[in-house]
Design a protein around this ligand. Structure first.
Ligand SMILES: [Ca+2]
Length: 138
């Protein structure tokens, strides 16, 4: 099993990613507050109590990178401050700057203030390299 390095982070500075717009930003606590994901070789994203910064929060400056394996299954622990929210995650495997439906790696429901396990699945066909991940509440 080969691995690739994933980042929601510093990689791909030359790729321009869209900034999502929101109907509700911080008004109902509809942000991702905590995000924890453990990958291969002890890599981890441990992004806690990030709060709300107007909807979209660019975490690429945090420097966290994580290594995930092709065909691997992982569990992200995610919290929101909204009463309930769904969350979905994507990885831009082809580095084309868009998060396509075929690049969705997981989705689930969040509950106010609780860390919830969200199952993630990395396709066997995932392209090796450095990629950006996006998590979004909706
Ligand atoms: Ca893409």
């Amino acid at each position: 099993m080969s691995c690739f390095t994933l980042t929601h982070l510093q990689a791909q500075q030359t790729i321009s990613y869209c900034t999502p717009t929101y109907n509700y930003d911080c008004e109902f606590g509809s942000e991702i507050n905590d995000f924890v994901l453990s990958g291969e070789n002890g890599t981890i994203i441990n992004d806690l109590a990030t709060g709300c910064s107007g909807g979209y929060d660019d975490r690429t400056t945090s420097g966290d990178t994580i290594t995930l394996a092709q065909g691997g299954y992982y569990v992200a622990k995610i919290s929101t401050d909204a009463e309930n929210n769904d969350v979905a995650l994507w990885i831009d495997f082809d580095n084309n700057g868009t998060f396509d439906e075929t690049e969705k790696i997981g989705e689930g429901a969040l509950i106010d203030g609780s860390l919830v396990d969200i199952q993630l699945s990395i396709p066997e066909s995932a392209t090796e390299g450095i990629h950006r991940m996006r998590a979004r509440c909706f």
